[in-house]
Ligand binder design. Structure first.
Ligand SMILES: Nc1ncnc2c1ncn2[C@@H]1O[C@H](COP(=O)(O)OP(=O)(O)OP(=O)(O)O)[C@@H](O)[C@H]1O
Length: 382
């Protein structure tokens, strides 16, 4: 005690202050340098996209690949790394989605994504899209052709009359997205960018209108290898993900693991339940503030209770408490999480028969139902 008081009263030497200032300056300079690098890479990527990508809006309406001709019919999405188009395969007039990426991107993402999709296509899970074609066009852009799905969960919410999902639909979404993540983890991948735009509903035409699909495997990381259970975590990693839904491990530049995908999933579902998640107003660059609020949620029970005052306090707090106990190597108990979702549905009188909000005319729910102790099923083994 005496010692610490003594230390506090001691004047800091100019040298100490100088060193501290230099460290801070260095950090600031490093941040500025990284910021400039990111900006430069972004500008280069944008230029490459403008030059190489299908120019649908300028009248380019047909893509000839090595084996097929596709007619471009719409633009379904524009991402930071590329674009997704609606296409019709000329040979059989079937509709698909074509995701494209310029060959001149600073870092190619699509070949990696195609690899993940290929692995997932061996799995018997209703939550992944079949990849029907992939390749390169005239050394201009890379592409993958995927089964077409409907609106993503972000856009869908904005289209609903109240711009909100009901609790029944939220819990159905929670159950299906949890099953999708469980299946992805089982093939040894982490998603690392769980957010509503990366899930989409199916299409009436395919009888998958009530199914939720997982999209965008560009940030996936393989964590389990053949003959090795788990990759050794790196000491420090660059931030990956989307600030609003990022797990604390991502905020702390730590190696992410299965539990962190589920933590991101928790933020996504919490947002659907409470509508206004407390860190909603912060931008992607405000990572420190968002991290602080995610910590407050854990430390301040009154705040947590207030947030879930309308419903699901017990279940959501039990799930988060459980997730926070897991470590890098833990395999989350998805069934345990599901039990809490089931409990929330029972306590809140959610009908198991109700169709999802986007299909109010339907008589009943016809989407996939979470199966406990679901065995790992590879298609070829059936
Ligand atoms: N198979 C598909 N069918 C219909 N729409 C799709 C399909 N795949 C993607 N989309 C639409 O395109 C959007 C962007 O897709 P995706 O996230 O795969 O691309 P991205 O370039 O990685 O995007 P971002 O950089 O924003 O993450 C999705 O939110 C969805 O609305």
């Amino acid at each position: 005690m005496e010692n610490s008081r003594l230390m506090q009263s001691m004047p800091r030497t100019p040298k100490f202050e100088e060193e501290k200032k230099t460290d801070k300056d260095k950090e600031k300079e490093e941040k500025e340098r990284n910021g400039k690098k990111t900006e430069l890479a972004r500008a280069q990527n944008k230029k490459a996209q403008e030059k190489d990508m299908p120019r649908f809006k300028q009248g380019e309406n047909q893509i000839d690949t090595a084996t097929e001709t596709y007619e471009l019919t719409s633009e379904l999405g524009q991402g930071s790394f590329g674009a997704v188009f609606g296409v019709t395969r000329k040979s059989d007039k079937r509709h698909f989605a074509m995701k494209c990426e310029s060959v001149n991107m600073k870092r190619a993402i699509l070949p990696h994504e195609a690899g993940v999709l290929l692995a997932l296509n061996h799995l018997k899970s209703p939550h992944f899209l079949e990849m029907v074609d992939h390749g390169i066009v005239n050394n201009r852009f890379l592409f993958v052709v995927l089964k077409l799905v409907g609106m993503n969960l972000w856009d869908m919410r904005a289209h609903l009359p109240d711009k909100k999902y009901t609790l029944t639909t939220t819990l159905r979404i929670a159950e299906q997205t949890l099953a999708g993540l469980r299946d992805l983890h089982r093939v040894g991948f982490l998603h690392r960018d769980i957010k509503p735009p990366n899930f989409a509903i199916g299409r009436e035409e395919d009888d998958t209108y009530h199914t939720v699909f997982l999209l965008d495997f560009g940030l996936c990381r393989k964590i389990a290898m053949k003959g090795k259970d788990l990759r050794t975590p790196r000491k420090e990693c660059a931030f990956r993900g989307t600030t609003r839904y990022a797990a604390l491990a991502a905020h702390d530049n730590k190696e992410q693991s299965r539990k962190d995908d589920i933590e991101s999933w928790w933020y996504m579902i919490a947002e659907m339940i409470v509508f206004d998640i407390p860190w909603k107003q912060f931008r992607g660059t405000d990572r420190d503030n968002v991290r602080g609020m995610k910590w407050r949620l854990r430390a301040d029970e009154t705040y947590f209770k207030f947030l879930f005052r309308k419903c699901c306090y017990e279940q959501m707090s039990a799930i988060l408490l459980y997730l926070d106990q897991l470590s890098y190597s833990s395999i989350p108990d998805y069934d345990f999480v599901y039990h809490h979702l089931q409990a929330a549905a029972i306590v809140n009188n959610c009908s198991a028969k109700s169709p999802p909000d986007w299909d109010p005319k339907s008589q009943h729910y016809k989407g996939p139902i979470y199966k406990e102790r679901e065995p790992y099923i590879v298609k070829s083994l059936e």
